[in-house]
Write a protein that binds this ligand. Structure first.
Ligand SMILES: [Zn+2]
Length: 348
């Protein structure tokens, strides 16, 4: 059992959910950003450190179980993809995520490795499994110089031509240390959306804006790109989310978590125009509270707290909150699935 399902941790998370989140969260939640790994999916490097918690898989069954614990009493659905790490076997991840998706509650994206995939294999997988889109990653694009990977390297023309023609989703984790502060990233993001208007690009983690300077002033020029959507996965900074809520039309805002990582305990914190994670368990991306000074909750509860605060600050209505948490994502997924995966859709 993962610690977030232990009576102590789950109980403490549940109390916070009931006290601070339950009256705000709508009945239906669509999580647009979930990673899955089949049994043995992390071999040979297993286990994988999920926010300091070693895990050896993250299956649809584990996801369904965790969603019920993390969102008590809510109807939940999700868009799922493998772990985009070059050391892992991406075909095992893609086959599992694609073949096991039920297209009723859980929908799949395909990991895209531009070094090892080509248009023919991509088209074949899309036809066979009905993937709704692509999940590229900087680590695939320039494995020996990840920090300098550029968007067109992550998404070469042959892949974007397929995404454009089929009207696919593209879940984009923006590269480079400067994120949205990097003018090359901003220019290439605009070019990507403009040049391939049939593709629907989701800017994951609001462009990895976990601190306010990373986003302020950069969303305005992106507002008028009709095929650019934004997910808030792992963003736990209320001012960042409020800025997003004010700058971008609600119809292009999507709720996401980055499960399973968001189930681990800790918080993303801004310090001096940077961010880090603070966690109770040692993790390569965090500062660890090894003296046990704090009692933590999940990254997910911290994200939900921040969303609530931001929705209040932005003056969101109940309708806008429901659109953000569910309606926008479901409409987007239904629209793509109807066209690209009719053979996978459950018969009504
Ligand atoms: Zn992710």
């Amino acid at each position: 059992m993962n610690p977030w399902n232990s009576p102590t941790e789950a109980g403490a998370n549940r109390r916070i959910f009931e006290e601070e989140i339950a009256d705000f969260l709508p009945e239906r939640v669509f999580d647009i950003h979930v990673h899955l790994a089949p049994p043995h999916g992390f071999a040979p490097g297993a286990p994988f450190s999920c926010g300091g918690v070693p895990i050896s898989s993250y299956t649809y069954e584990e996801l369904a179980n965790d969603l019920a614990v993390a969102f008590p009493g809510r109807h939940t659905e999700a868009l799922c993809f493998g772990f985009p790490l070059p050391a892992l076997d991406r075909q095992i991840h893609n086959t599992y995520v694609g073949a096991q998706a039920d297209f009723r509650r859980f929908f799949p994206l395909r990991l895209l490795d531009p070094q090892r995939d080509d248009a023919a294999t991509l088209q074949r997988d899309l036809d066979q499994y009905g993937f709704l889109g692509l999940k590229p990653y900087p680590d695939y694009a320039r494995p020996h110089d990840v920090a300098h990977a550029e968007i067109p390297e992550m998404l070469p023309d042959w892949a974007m031509a397929v995404a454009h023609e089929r009207g696919l989703l593209v879940m984009l984790h923006i590269p480079r240390p400067g994120r949205l502060e990097d003018p090359l990233n901003r220019r290439q993001l605009q070019e990507l959306c403009t040049r391939w208007p049939g593709a629907r690009v989701i800017l994951a983690h609001v462009g990895r804006s976990y601190y306010l300077r990373g986003v302020t002033g950069f969303l305005g020029p992106l507002r008028d790109l009709p095929n650019l959507y934004f997910d808030v996965a792992m963003v736990q900074h209320a001012e960042v989310i409020a800025h997003l809520f004010r700058e971008i039309p609600t119809s292009r805002l999507l709720f996401g978590t980055d499960l399973p990582i968001a189930l681990a305990q800790g918080k993303a914190v801004e310090i001096n125009h940077q961010y880090t994670y603070v966690t109770p368990r040692p993790w390569s991306l965090s500062i660890c509270d090894d003296r046990g000074r704090l009692r933590f909750t999940s990254f997910l509860n911290e994200e939900l707290r921040a969303i609530r605060q931001a929705a209040i600050a932005a003056g969101f209505t109940r309708e806008q909150i429901a659109a953000f948490f569910y309606d926008n994502a479901r409409a987007l997924v239904d629209d793509v699935a109807r066209r690209v995966a009719p053979h996978r859709l459950p018969t009504p």
